[in-house]
Design a protein around this ligand. Structure first.
Ligand SMILES: [Zn+2]
Length: 170
């Protein structure tokens, strides 16, 4: 749209930059000494013209080394999107935390109801056993608390439990 204006600004910037640079062609340094040879960087200012090319090379090398060091010192941590595996891992931790934070109250209630002789649905029976790490003979089995099953994909399971909880009349 305003390419002419952009071009003008670019030209002015280049001229401006050029005016700041060492007058030796190809030198990457800004001038810092206004000496007999004109405005030069300190490396060129005191050198004989026949040495300029070598000095320019040295200045370019030094600049390249500085740039290299700078790029090595500041490896920018690039933000990348989370992978599916990372999202799954986070989801699993969340579900595990939900289960551990008193999330088994419902399981104890179901177990109590069953032990009082109430008839539970098959789903309820297996759910509280899963949640409490009980598998056979619930009356005798030790109810060891920390029994999270890490590999178990319990996303749908949690949803089922929440449905059950909402439907349950306790
Ligand atoms: Zn120079």
């Amino acid at each position: 749209m305003s390419t002419k204006r952009d071009q003008r600004i670019a030209d002015e910037t280049l001229q401006h930059d050029a005016a700041l640079m060492c007058r030796v062609g190809g030198c990457p340094n800004p001038w810092s000494v206004d000496g007999p040879a004109g405005r030069c960087c300190s490396a060129h200012a005191w050198a004989q013209p026949h040495q300029w090319a070598r000095i320019t090379d040295e200045q370019l090398d030094a600049q390249a080394r500085r740039a290299m060091r700078a790029s090595q010192e500041q490896p920018k941590p690039r933000k990348r999107p989370m992978t599916i595996d990372e999202k799954r891992a986070i989801g699993q931790k969340l579900r595990q935390a939900i289960r551990q934070q008193g999330g088994r109250q419902w399981a104890h209630k179901l177990r109590d109801r069953e032990q009082r002789g109430e008839k539970l649905t098959e789903a309820q029976r297996s759910m509280w056993r899963d949640a409490l790490g009980v598998h056979d003979e619930p009356a005798q089995a030790p109810l060891v608390e920390p029994a999270p099953q890490a590999e178990f994909d319990d996303g749908p399971y949690i949803a089922d439990v929440q449905d059950e909880l909402e439907a349950a009349p306790w």
